[in-house]
Design a protein around this ligand. Structure first.
Ligand code: AHR
Length: 525
């Protein structure tokens, strides 16, 4: 089919939730120690049981830290560039054997523990109070996941009392003592466990066991704090687990969490078209997950007569090649342009599904399968940073619009393989659109994100916007492109893959280069 994009401003889907630009910090590799805090000889490398040899250890200079002792560079990128609104912590798999009580109080008395999810040891130097302090400086809303592996309901209730208690009770007073301030941490978002379905999880449970337990936990948690927002633990949105757990929990939670990673792109020059296709078309699976999950949510709501809409927290998503980012290297992986195109498609999915996706957390925010990589003295932005930056800047705060898109399709292998069988052949072009109305002037601006996933074909696309009247537009185009889909950024070539911006008069069509991501900002001239 000939490419064409029609956008319908009179058919809004829903406002784009700012929380789809959220992040995730796990005690894993160099995420916390080396990413949020400077590494010390005993916290880096995280997976090693031995301190880093003194002659190999490079300290982060004090000048690079905030007055609270956090890495200023990472904090500034997350707060000021990506404008991350919410961060999930402390895991991930890590949380399923995490005792929050080990991580509060005088730091010199904190217990060092074996870390069961990823190996190595946990120093507990970064705990609840440090996380909240970091969130305050970063202007980020905390989202804490409860330990439903080794943790008991009592531990969880104590944690919530510690964070949110305002009375004269033991854990509220302990927080006051530890932080030296009266005000509570006010943690609104709480997750009922992480990937409890996974066989790698400490404390794996069956869906019905988890459903029963999570119902009891939700009930008790709301007795401690009736104002929390509770997120139930789902799988991918598509699985039997999701259906069973939603049926059990739909009247007890506010959101259902799902996780999915796509990946396995071309890594080096011996790799081919096949790996490219598997990587860039992968996020189509996420859209199917969300659509099915939405159906499961509504089926469960119907059965329990729940009028409240239950939203999806896609609280781990991203591009992860598990053969490259492994536990041994702290899940560190260098991303290519192909991965960045996949990331742009991910974000298109999240914008198109604005009516049901309320939270999405890129996994993860620094060093671990992340857009940001640090050294003791600096950082660089990976290719996948750029779609996040552009979406966060231009697609936030608007309303997602219905579109119709015709496009040539892709016939090669996808990952997961079922995409083409179940959803049909993926389109080369992938798009989303958002309408912004300036609160003060009322000026309208349309933002259109288009990924051309074909690795060979440029497409000239007529773009029709069905406004009631003709509008003369100017266009500002931000394009992420490189001649080589395997190109990546790194130390010494930090800007190999980055965005170029140009302004033009709008003539109702745009040519999208092969393997490119373009974000068009149309404003009336
Ligand atoms: O983000 C890395 C890991 O992926 C998380 O710890 C876990 O929840 C998921 O399997």
């Amino acid at each position: 089919p000939t490419p064409a994009l029609n956008i319908f401003p009179s058919a809004p889907i829903a406002p784009v939730s700012p929380y789809i630009f959220s992040g995730f910090l796990e005690h894993l590799g160099r995420c916390i120690y080396g990413g949020i805090l400077p590494a010390t000889r005993t916290t880096f490398p995280h997976t090693s049981r031995r301190p880093c040899p003194a002659d190999k250890f490079v300290e982060t200079p004090r000048a690079l830290l905030t007055p609270e002792g956090f890495r200023a560079d990472v904090l500034e990128v997350l707060r000021d560039e990506l404008r991350v609104p919410l961060v999930r912590w402390p895991g991930g798999n890590f949380v399923s054997s995490y005792n929050w009580k080990d991580g509060v109080g005088p730091r010199e008395e904190r217990k060092r523990r074996p870390e069961l999810a990823w190996g190595g040891e946990e120093s507990n130097l970064f705990g609840t109070d440090e996380f909240i302090a970091w969130c305050r400086v970063a202007k980020i809303e905390p989202y804490i996941i409860l330990n439903m592996g080794t943790g008991t309901l009592e531990d969880a209730l104590h944690w919530i009392e510690y964070c949110n208690g305002t009375g004269d009770t033991h854990y509220a007073n302990l927080r006051r003592k530890n932080t030296g301030r009266d005000e509570p941490h006010n943690v609104k978002y709480w997750g009922l466990g992480n990937e409890v379905w996974g066989e790698w999880q400490v404390g794996q449970q069956s869906a019905s066991e988890y459903g029963t337990k999570a119902r009891q936990w939700a009930h008790a948690i709301r007795l401690v704090d009736p104002f929390v927002i509770l997120v139930g633990c789902g799988e991918t949105g598509l699985n039997q687990w999701d259906g069973v757990v939603l049926d059990a929990l739909v009247d007890k939670v506010d959101m259902h969490s799902i996780h999915l990673y796509t990946g396995f792109g071309p890594r080096d020059r011996t790799e081919t078209k096949k790996e490219y296709g598997r990587s860039v078309y992968g996020p189509d699976a996420a859209e199917y997950s969300i659509e099915v999950c939405k159906g499961l949510i509504n089926k469960a709501r119907f059965a329990r007569n729940v009028s409240k809409p239950i939203k999806i927290a896609f609280d781990e998503y991203g591009v992860w090649d598990e053969t490259v980012g492994t536990p041994e290297n702290g899940l560190e992986q260098f991303y290519t342009l192909a991965d960045a195109l996949a990331m742009a498609s991910w974000l298109n999915v999240l914008v198109r599904q604005a009516d049901v996706v309320n939270i999405a957390c890129i996994a993860q925010s620094v060093n671990v399968i992340s857009p940001l990589v640090t050294s003791p003295t600096g950082l660089f932005r990976q290719t996948i940073y750029w779609p996040l930056f552009l979406f966060s800047r231009y697609m936030r705060g608007g309303t997602s619009l219905r579109i119709s898109l015709t496009s040539p399709t892709y016939s090669g292998e996808t990952l997961p393989r079922w995409i083409s069988t179940i959803k049909g052949a993926p389109k080369d072009l992938d798009a989303s659109a958002v309408l912004h109305i300036d609160a003060v002037t009322g000026a309208r601006s349309l933002r259109i994100a288009v990924v051309n996933r074909s690795d060979t074909e440029a497409y000239e696309v007529p773009i029709r916007v069905a406004f009631e009247e003709d509008v003369a537009w100017d266009v500002e185009a931000h394009e992420l492109w490189h001649e080589d889909v395997r190109a990546r950024n790194g130390w010494g070539n930090e800007d190999e893959v980055s965005v170029k911006t140009r302004k033009e008069e709008w003539d109702g069509r745009w040519t999208f280069r092969a393997h490119s991501f373009t974000l068009l900002v149309l404003g009336s001239s």
